[in-house]
Design a protein around this ligand. Structure first.
Ligand SMILES: *Cc1c(COP(=O)(O)O)cnc(C)c1O
Length: 425
């Protein structure tokens, strides 16, 4: 047998470090061999062996409508036939930028890039260039991509690997990065160029901002003239129609986007007011560029997704997720474990515990729950029952618009059994 998960993983490991192109896909923290995906449709993926899984990974949030949505596939197919990259302006990038700016209050201009990492890295450079200051402040457990300056206390895959940061990052590269605990408004001074925050922390599983936290950051940034950057790579166009600005009513100076806006293709974006963006090349002194930036194929997919979803879709998805979270928590409790399933809009976390616990408010509290050993048996028991969660306890569940009520009920029944398995482990 050559078309098996094991055979593909063996071949992958020979030519790709660890067999994966992003460490979050590795099964290192849960053990075992990853399934190699052959195809995906809607809420489901199918591996090379023909096993089907109800998929709560959904490309870590890049897929909002589910896999291979026919409208998106059409857009990609049509665009591919017209040429996929030119190194000249194209209508698609204008259309995507127009939709984003129309939906997010305060967002006047965006520059498109090819990943979330690039978006945040560029936004930080812009903030430094625009303010003439060096320091940036990030929060413990927030992930902002893998650029050097931001790889400290990163959550997600970094936490999964049990790493405090990364080898290969110099002290100089992180010397201007201050790390503070999430949910406490730090006191800043005038050396700070920007405060970078995930408006809902979704890379230490799910930690919601306390009431007043984001507004507190806004006020503190204003007090010292620092810029507030919302990293909306997950929350953008997922948390709500207008993203975190609309959901929380707090307006940052700069936004970073990724994931959803590419419709499953590689796109990122950063933006803000025309005044701040005036510092960016070619108009200003802050350099930033990209051969494939604003790529026609990717913008066509992103435009199609954003044009497809309505405000009502977001509220419908949010209520489905709220019901699912409650049912999942009850099911796990019936098996003798506790499941915390925090929800913000359609974002949903999952922490397992043997004792009743309060929802974590920061990375240290999240870590205790993520590292208690219960996720690993739960993950495998779910997978065996045809439900794919992310292979790491620091990730959230992504419920797409293609997940039906039946799909979610089925996942709840699987969770009831899987919790029994984890409880007995
Ligand atoms: C995924 C993610 C990024 C990085 O995006 P990539 O496209 O993986 O480079 C940045 N910030 C947040 C909040 C993310 O979840």
């Amino acid at each position: 047998m050559t078309n098996t998960n094991q055979a593909w993983f063996d071949r992958a490991q020979a030519v790709i470090p660890g067999g994966v192109d992003s460490p979050v896909r590795s099964f290192r923290s849960v053990g075992g061999t990853p399934y190699t995906v052959a195809r995906g449709h809607g809420a489901y993926v199918e591996d090379v062996e023909g096993s089907r899984y109800l998929d709560f990974v959904q490309s870590y949030g890049a897929s909002l409508l589910g896999h291979a949505h026919p409208d998106v596939v059409d857009a990609i197919r049509h665009t591919a036939g017209e040429g996929t990259t030119f190194g000249a302006p194209t209508p698609g990038e204008v259309l995507l930028a127009e939709i984003m700016c129309a939906r997010v209050a305060g967002l006047e201009q965006v520059r498109l890039v090819s990943s979330g990492t690039e978006a945040v890295m560029s936004a930080v450079r812009l903030a430094r260039g625009a303010t003439g200051r060096d320091k940036i402040l990030k929060f413990d457990g927030c992930y902002h991509g893998h650029s050097d300056a931001l790889l400290v206390a990163g959550g997600s895959g970094v936490a999964q690997m049990g790493l405090p940061g990364s080898a290969g990052v110099t002290a100089g590269a992180v010397g201007d990065t201050i790390v503070a605990p999430y949910n406490v408004v730090p006191t800043l001074d005038e050396s700070v160029a920007a405060v970078l925050v995930e408006p809902v922390a979704a890379n230490m599983n799910l930690v919601a901002p306390r009431a007043g936290f984001l507004q507190g950051l806004r006020d503190e940034c204003d007090r010292v003239g620092a810029l507030l950057i919302f990293d909306e790579v997950i929350t953008g166009f997922r948390l709500a129609y207008g993203g975190a600005q609309e959901y929380f009513g707090v307006t940052p100076d700069l936004w970073c986007f990724g994931k959803v806006i590419g419709g499953g293709l590689p796109v990122g974006a950063f933006g803000g007011s025309r005044k701040v963006l005036a510092s960016l090349a070619p108009n200003g002194p802050v350099y930033q560029a990209g051969t494939l930036s604003g790529n026609p194929l990717a913008t066509a997919a992103g435009v199609r997704v954003l044009n497809f979803v309505t405000r009502e879709d977001y509220s419908a998805l949010s209520s489905r997720v709220a019901q699912f979270a409650a049912a999942l928590s009850d099911a796990v409790a019936s098996a003798g474990l506790f499941a915390l399933t925090p929800v913000e809009g359609p974002l949903m976390g999952l922490y397992l515990s043997r004792e009743p616990v309060e929802a974590p408010t920061n990375f240290n509290e999240a870590k205790v729950l993520c590292d208690n050993g219960l996720y690993r048996p739960f993950f495998h028991a779910m997978l065996q029952r045809g439900v794919a969660l992310a292979p790491g306890a620091y990730e959230i569940l992504f419920v797409s618009m293609a997940h039906s009520d039946d799909d979610l009920s089925q996942a709840v029944e699987c969770a009831r059994e899987a919790a029994g398995v984890a409880a007995a482990s």
